[in-house]
Design a protein around this ligand. Structure first.
Ligand code: FES
Ligand SMILES: [Fe+2]
Length: 437
């Protein structure tokens, strides 16, 4: 399905990778049930008893900070007859009372109360009926991940080079970062991997985002826009395991954290400069440059995008069908942010990143158009070869190397083969795919 032959300038993906329901089933088993997946942010669970419920890889999972302070994940299903023990999407609780027959589970998952327990006789053991915990859960710089696989790479091994990038994102708040209450949640009628590609695709900006670029031009003036875009340097860094960072410096549009931009207003210039100095003192100039003067889009395989630009968004998506996905997005802002900064951040966030903003609707429309285009089954290939000849030297953000990093990992996980050149392909046993495909 992945035809990767850089020596001939070829990198293409068979459209069946998007449209075939058998492939979707393989993705579920080989990718979503094996990878570490983002689940929540620690700031959503500041107090003991705080919980959120998330749908992750088709499971309903309660992530809760126990009365002992530990964060755990439990499958949201009663061990009696299956009812969901938690029907809120978030809150604070002493434990979870099943609405069906009132079995009560503590925040550590233990079954503590069974009404008329004596009716079960002497062999009934409450300890064996606790909520079932997700096989693995771990936290990296405040980002909570879980894995449905009991074994495999640890979270730091899996995240590889992305660990340090998450550290940079987490460092933006002098007192840490927090998820702003609420989230964006929407469906797109397209394949989930098209959104993955789109989220770090620099090549589509001018054609698809006329509306947003026009808005920026109105705010900044055409001359300033030309000056800014002429001085921007971008780098694309593969981080291992299909993860990738696309970084831009200086950041177009500034960064509310500590990179002043004219749209913030002249009166903010000094406050932003003072904060920038604080970062340099705290972390050293090099690190401060990375934290403050660099905007980044971080792709974490398979389905997490962190847009760390003017403000920071966490976006995650899961397929519900070959041609449908659910997207959830959260704003991640500095804790105890200055009131004026917070107000500006809350205004900026929906303008570019929100589902009703200047950019996302245009992305959704074009991704749905690609999906409709895929109905033409006579056309076989999806092309990802832009900049293939530059991969080893100077990958650019308007190339597609970040997508190739994703697809190489995808191919390895779906087919179990490494170094996926079509020339030495072993047919995948699960589907008996022909090597020439
Ligand atoms: S299903 Fe939960 S108590 Fe019966
Ligand atoms: Fe876009």
């Amino acid at each position: 399905l992945v035809d990767d032959d850089s020596s001939k300038g070829i990198f293409r993906v068979n459209r069946r990778a998007f449209t075939d329901p058998d492939i979707l089933a393989l993705e579920q088993g080989q990718i979503f049930e094996r990878c570490w997946l983002y689940a929540a942010h620690e700031s959503e669970l500041p107090l003991r008893g705080d919980f959120v419920v998330r749908t992750i890889a088709q499971r309903h999972i309660i992530i809760v900070r126990g009365t002992d302070g530990e964060v755990r994940g439990f499958f949201n299903t009663c061990t009696h007859k299956g009812a969901q023990v938690c029907r809120e999407s978030s809150g604070n609780a002493r434990g979870f009372r099943c609405p069906y027959h009132s079995w009560f589970f503590g925040t550590d998952g233990k079954l503590t109360t069974v009404p008329q327990e004596e009716a079960y006789g002497p062999h009934f053991d409450k300890q064996k009926h606790g909520l079932v915990e997700v096989p693995r859960l771990d936290i990296c710089h405040g980002f909570i991940f879980l894995s449905l696989a009991g074994q495999g790479q640890t979270l730091p091994e899996w995240l590889a080079g992305a660990v340090d990038i998450l550290a940079l994102v987490a460092a933006e708040g002098e007192q840490g970062m927090e998820i702003v209450k609420g989230s964006h949640s929407y469906k797109i009628k397209s394949n989930w991997k098209l959104l993955l590609e789109n989220s770090s695709d620099g090549y589509h900006l001018a054609p698809v985002h006329q509306r947003y670029l026009g808005h920026l031009e109105e705010m900044n003036g055409a001359d300033e826009m030309r000056r800014l875009s002429g001085s921007v340097k971008t780098t694309v860094t593969p981080l291992g395991n299909g993860h990738c960072a696309v970084e831009t410096t200086p950041p177009l549009g500034g960064r509310i954290t500590a990179y002043w931009h004219s749209t913030f207003g002249e009166h903010r210039r000094q406050a932003v400069a003072a904060r920038r100095s604080w970062f340099a003192e705290r972390y050293g100039e090099e690190r401060a440059k990375q934290i403050c003067d660099t905007a980044r889009v971080v792709q974490i395989f398979p389905n997490l995008m962190i847009q760390d630009i003017m403000v920071t968004s966490i976006r995650q998506f899961f397929p519900t069908d070959t041609g449908e996905m659910i997207v959830n997005a959260w704003a991640l802002f500095p804790k105890n942010q200055d009131d004026e900064d917070r107000k500006m951040a809350l205004e900026v966030f929906p303008i570019f990143l929100g589902p009703g903003g200047f950019a996302t609707p245009d992305d959704i429309e074009i991704l749905e158009s690609c999906w409709q285009g895929f109905a033409n089954k006579e056309v076989e290939w999806h092309d990802n070869s832009r900049g293939v000849h530059r991969d080893q030297t100077s990958a650019r953000s308007d190339d597609e190397s970040q997508m190739r990093a994703f697809w190489r990992q995808w191919d390895t996980m779906i087919t179990g083969r490494k170094g996926n050149s079509v020339a030495n392909v072993v047919p995948a046993p699960a589907l008996g795919l022909d090597a020439a495909e």
